[in-house]
Design a protein around this ligand. Sequence first.
Ligand code: ADP
Ligand code: MG
Length: 240
Amino acid sequence: MVVLTGVDKHFGDLHVLQGIDLTVSRGEVVVVIGPSGSGKSTLCRTINRLETIDSGTITIDGAPLPEEGRELARLRADVGMVFQSFNLFAHKTVLENVTLGPIKAKGTKPAQAREQAMALLERVGVANQADKLPAQLSGGQQQRVAIARALAMSPKVMLFDEPTSALDPEMINEVLDVMVSLAREGMTMIVVTHEMGFARKAAHRVVFMDGGQIVEEATPETFFTAPRSDRARDFLSKIL
Ligand code: ADP
Ligand code: MG
């Protein structure tokens, strides 16, 4: 579903992604973990082309990432993204946040978009907040709306970039629970998170990044109990 081959990216002198090879199969859940500054967010942002790459290739469901225009809009629909900061439209209601994309980008009829949005809001447990503005919701509720908004585009893959790290502790699980159920329903997911509970419950594979490289890949069980590299051991000793 997602294939990166030899992906390189620089920010000026900084070689932020160094020959990244990564294949994520349909229905696979990959957790990306690694120290701050290792390139995890940049990796996510290249996959939906918020960032360009210098060399290498990225394909989504067999198709190379488009350069621009109409094709790029379709890519953005195929690749849903949920960020650390919820990024909801502040002056639109919860329901409007979820219907806007399908109406504008996919030409869905408003009535149908609303019906689908309510079903998604139901699924993430915030249907009763549909007419409120984002600021009237808790952080955990807002992040669940952000997930519903991404799902409304019927993406082929969902990217999550530290979706719970801006949340108060008591709200983390309500967001992770939604992500676990999404994983169990077979969504292809790339999740940057240090939440080991999520990795253990839902991930098929953990990818450890350091210094712009994928240093190690393993099952969650193996990675957390018996990391192979010194860099992974050192990182885990700091977060555990
Ligand atoms: P992570 O998500 O693993 O913390 P990032 O991908 O955000 O890492 O950043 C990797 C490195 O690239 C960091 O050193 C960061 O400062 C740098 N970086 C990220 N975005 C930019 C940018 N737009 N311009 C210049 N440097 C950037
Ligand atoms: Mg980051």
